[in-house]
Design a protein around this ligand. Structure first.
Ligand SMILES: [Zn+2]
Length: 460
């Protein structure tokens, strides 16, 4: 057990490391106008992306993506795709005929008058290039892409716009590619490059797409029919194996609480140089500094648990809009505390709850408390940064106390099983809890989720 001074140091380190998690919260709390504009389009839905990305030239990505849409009603006069910062070279129909389009640096507008669906399907081909920036990073030889998918793929970048993905990555011959989905082979028959193919056959939100390229050392661990891969440029195999060995017990815990097996029965953890803390489909990125910390102290397992827990809450039970983001981050932050309770004892759970309280009190003292559900986006500074994490997790803790532990876990299992692979809003979660409780929770949600303040927390 850690003594107090060590705990304080660990907490300080953790707050520093949390910076990237919070940064992600801020970034996705305030998507640029492009993401907002593509939301709420009717008349079509994206089914699949088939992308080929040439990454052989440092700092530049040359891309081609075929987007398959299903027409669900009357097409809008203009189809809008997110393409932030992308240089669009050509748009064509499946027949190869070029199509007129307009871009404004953030999104791509395609008039629908020239589109001819076949059996209610449309296939559109986009050729473009992207340069390094937010969401697409070159760091020495290492390349990574995550979260801000609209910055490296023409797409409808909304959580509700879930689609399957084929990713073909053409990378320098000496480097290895790891990406979302199942590996479908590698071919070296390209000048100066290797072509890696991955297929994500379960529809996921585009923000969960991503890949990493580098000189990775990797270990694969197979346990109970699950496959775990841990890869890093600078960690030794023995170190990666120590990290990998933590994953089966964490998986078992989350599977029991979710009532759902690890999605895809696979999980890849890629350690990136620099800061990283991002879940992806059947995968996650963490920073090398965090892994160093975890190797020094196995109690510092919070980020590993956090990103793994997203494989259920966030990746498979997904908020319909970012307005319900607390369902991802509050739930997962709470699940880290619950995992720690099982792994390290009740005191570890209490320490996590105290940490959430301290952070929440700081938010309140800065005058940044606000309802957890917003009906529209505002400035990122108004989202309260860590609010969905800390306040969200505290609300889960309060609900656990209100329902009683066995009933709370039954309700969470009910919710997760019912909505796996589906989109949710806060009311779906409330109803799952109410069914288990046998009593309404509308007043509790009105006060804590849709209001400001939190019962008793400010005084503790
Ligand atoms: Zn998270």
């Amino acid at each position: 057990m850690r003594d107090r001074s060590r705990w304080v140091c660990a907490t300080v380190r953790r707050l520093a490391l949390l910076g990237c998690v919070v940064l992600l919260a801020l970034l996705c709390a305030a998507p640029p106008a492009a993401a907002r504009i593509s939301a709420g389009q009717t008349g079509f839905r994206v089914l699949d992306y088939d992308a080929r990305l040439d990454l052989r030239r440092p700092g530049t990505l040359h891309g081609r993506v075929t987007v398959t849409l299903v027409v669900t009603g009357r097409l809008p006069p203009v189809l809008i795709f997110d393409a932030a910062g992308l240089r669009i070279e050509r748009v064509s129909s499946h027949s190869g005929a070029p199509l007129p389009f307009r871009t404004d640096g953030a999104h791509l507008r395609l008039p629908s008058s020239r589109l001819r669906p076949v059996a209610k399907r449309l296939r559109l081909d986009f050729r473009y290039s992207a340069t390094a920036g937010r969401g697409l990073r070159w760091r020495g030889e290492q390349i990574s892409a995550m979260f801000h998918t609209r910055r490296w793929l023409v797409c409808v970048d909304q959580p509700a716009a879930r689609a399957t993905l084929t990713l073909r990555l053409l990378v320098p011959r000496a480097l290895t590619a790891i990406a979302v989905g199942e590996p479908r082979g590698r071919s070296d028959a390209r000048p100066n490059g290797s072509l890696y193919t991955f297929r994500l056959s379960t529809p996921h939100s585009p923000y969960l797409y991503g890949f990493a390229v580098g000189r990775f050392r990797r270990v694969v661990l197979r346990r109970g029919g699950r496959r775990y891969l841990v890869a890093s440029v600078r960690h030794r195999e023995v170190e990666l194996r120590r990290v990998a060995k933590r994953l089966p017990e964490m998986t078992a815990f989350f599977e029991a609480k979710a009532g759902v097996a690890l999605p895809g029965k696979r999980f890849s953890l890629v350690v990136l140089e620099g800061a990283a803390a991002q879940e992806l489909a059947q995968m996650a990125f963490v920073g090398a500094r965090y892994v160093d910390l975890l190797l020094r102290d196995p109690h510092e397992d919070w980020l590993l648990a956090h990103e793994l827990a997203h494989q259920w809450w966030g990746n498979r039970v997904t908020n319909r809009t970012w307005s319900h983001f607390w369902l991802h981050e509050g739930l997962v932050t709470f699940m880290v505390a619950a995992y720690k309770e099982q792994r390290w004892g009740r005191a570890a759970y209490e320490r996590e709850i105290q940490l959430f309280r301290r952070r929440y009190r700081t938010i309140v003292s800065l005058g940044k408390d606000r309802p957890l559900v917003h009906d529209r986006w505002r400035l990122s500074s108004e989202m309260g940064g860590p609010l969905p994490y800390s306040k969200g997790a505290l609300i889960l803790h309060l609900l656990r106390e209100k329902l009683g532990t066995p009933r709370f876990w039954r309700a969470l299992r009910r919710f997760t099983r019912r909505f796996q692979g589906k989109l949710v809003v806060t009311a779906d979660f409330r109803r799952a809890l109410e069914r288990e409780l046998g009593a309404p929770l509308a007043a509790f949600f009105r006060r804590h989720v849709f209001g400001t303040g939190l019962a008793g927390e400010e005084r503790k």
